[in-house]
Write a protein that binds this ligand. Sequence first.
Ligand SMILES: [Zn+2]
Ligand SMILES: [Zn+2]
Length: 174
Amino acid sequence: MASHDDKSKPYLPLAGLASDGYSKDDEGHEATATCYCGAVQLAFPTEGPGFATSFICNCTDCHKITASMFASNFCILDTHLKHVRGQSNLSIFSQNTTVHNGNTMANYFCKSCGTLMYRVGGGFPGMSILRIGTVDDFHLHETRLRPQVEQFTKDRVTWLKGAEGVKQVEGSAF
Ligand SMILES: [Zn+2]
Ligand SMILES: [Zn+2]
């Protein structure tokens, strides 16, 4: 069996230009998230209390902001989010016109490659909403970061089904 079949071990495939991402198995279970070009890297815990939740969002806003059909997110308390490098290389775009409940959502993009690293919104005070797809250890996408809920299923494209075994909510789950 190929090593990446063992989901208990880190699996860091070539995905983007950085090769220094990591995932630790000690207390806090710290892991990294890195942008496509490698200029911006974050570190965060993959367990509580710093790790709050993970979820899929199919809302119309998430279609545009991801340039895809849904967003796969996880929330980290700001007290536990580390900017390993590239914080000054983040560009911020905020608006409140298309966000659920009229909250303002600030989007933090890598200035060089455009990867959306996280969002900060009024609906999630004290935390940042990171993106599962930026996490360097791909096994975490399937294990610790596995979505706990899928929301705005009413806006999901008909050619996708809900995530298997994940609680489905028609509107906002939060
Ligand atoms: Zn970048
Ligand atoms: Zn959304």
